[in-house]
Design a protein around this ligand. Structure first.
Ligand code: ZN
Ligand code: ZN
Length: 346
């Protein structure tokens, strides 16, 4: 089969690789129908995630058809269409029992990280019963791919950790895929005001279409000043960091109002300056996290019901074996006006 293989920093190839086989009773082999590229894959390619070693197939998002199951798999059978979660969970360990699936002792984020991932014609999914979800009949399958990672990440780590409530003013700092997923799912709680800030005008336009009430173009002046002016100097109830660099974290800690929450979603590669001397007296809470995907079943319902339409995040479509071009487009998101790319098997 073909797979997108990491070959060390800045090197990857769409190359032949042996088809995965069942190695444990809980495994399933899934034929990939749709997959996508994540910002995390770009971090890996930069060499920022040293746990990923040369030879690893990348990708942790996708949807496919079960081709083969191990003898321990009871919820699925060959031919079933399944959504693949970016988090693998055994369902039995202490962390899984607390729904902290991201820390599963025999799982967590392993796909395209510690084991071969979904940017391939086939993938082996361990603990298939707990790590796959049935695709409902007639579902918008491209939209469901957004449920592998970005939608639960934005929702759990941004909206739920940030405790977004009806009537709140919230600010989403960064309008990439994770910021957009946060924007879509924050609207479950009817915040009064959703400010979105970014430096990219086309991303801000998309945010407006998806429900932002106020846009702050950070390339046109200081984002902190603009957001403080919009809120009459009070700041926002919830500031959601959706980029993962010190400057955007700093925006969040400067714009959060008294009693507010800073929910950090971005993946940071460097330390940030924490202004604890200003934050403590304003009763600010800061949260961080890696997605558990314990909300995936609930999010599936909302997508099926049309409450949210994550398919609107897909800007580009490619054949699976055009993955090199898909990486180029996704890696030049501003010039290409790319948000999420979908790769589909022919
Ligand atoms: Zn991802
Ligand atoms: Zn577990």
């Amino acid at each position: 089969m073909k797979a997108l293989v990491y070959q060390g920093p800045s090197q990857k190839a769409w190359q032949d690789k042996p088809k995965p086989e069942i190695s444990k009773p809980g495994d399933a082999i899934v034929r990939i129908v749709h997959t996508t590229i994540c910002g995390t894959d770009l971090h890996i390619l930069k060499g920022d995630v040293p746990a990923v070693t040369p030879g690893r197939t990348l990708g942790h998002e996708g949807l496919g058809v079960i081709e083969q199951i191990g003898e321990g798999v009871t919820h699925f059978k060959p031919g079933d269409r399944v959504l693949i979660s970016c988090i693998t969970s055994c369902g039995r360990c202490g962390y899984c029992k607390k729904q902290l699936y991201s820390h599963c002792e025999d799982g967590g984020w392993i796909l395209g990280h510690l084991i071969d991932g979904t940017q391939a014609e086939y993938v082996r999914i361990p603990h298939a019963d707990n790590s796959l979800y049935p695709v409902p009949d007639g579902a918008d399958e491209e939209a469901l791919v957004m449920l592998s990672d970005i939608l639960p990440t934005g929702f759990e780590i941004g909206v739920l950790n940030g405790q977004v409530k009806p009537g709140d003013s919230i600010a989403i700092v960064g309008a990439g895929p994770i910021g957009m997923a946060t924007l879509l799912t924050a609207q479950f709680y009817a915040p009064a005001r959703i400010i979105v800030t970014d430096v990219d005008a086309s991303r801000l336009e998309m945010a407006k279409r998806l429900g932002a009430t106020d846009l702050v173009d950070a390339s046109a002046g200081d984002a902190i000043e603009q957001i403080m002016a919009l809120t009459g100097g009070k700041g926002v109830d919830v500031a959601i960091e959706a980029v993962g660099v010190p400057a955007t974290f700093d925006v969040c800690q400067e714009i959060v109002g008294a009693g507010g929450h800073v929910a950090n979603v971005g993946v940071h590669g460097k330390s940030v300056e924490l202004k604890l001397e200003k934050l403590w007296i304003r009763n600010v809470t800061i949260t961080t996290g890696l997605v558990n995907t314990n909300t995936t079943p609930m999010l599936l319902q909302t997508v099926q019901a049309g409450t949210i339409k994550p398919g609107s995040l897909v800007t580009h479509r490619f054949a699976l074996d055009d993955i090199g071009e898909a990486y180029r487009v996704f890696g030049h998101a501003a010039e290409e006006k790319a948000m999420k790319v979908i790769l589909s098997a022919r």
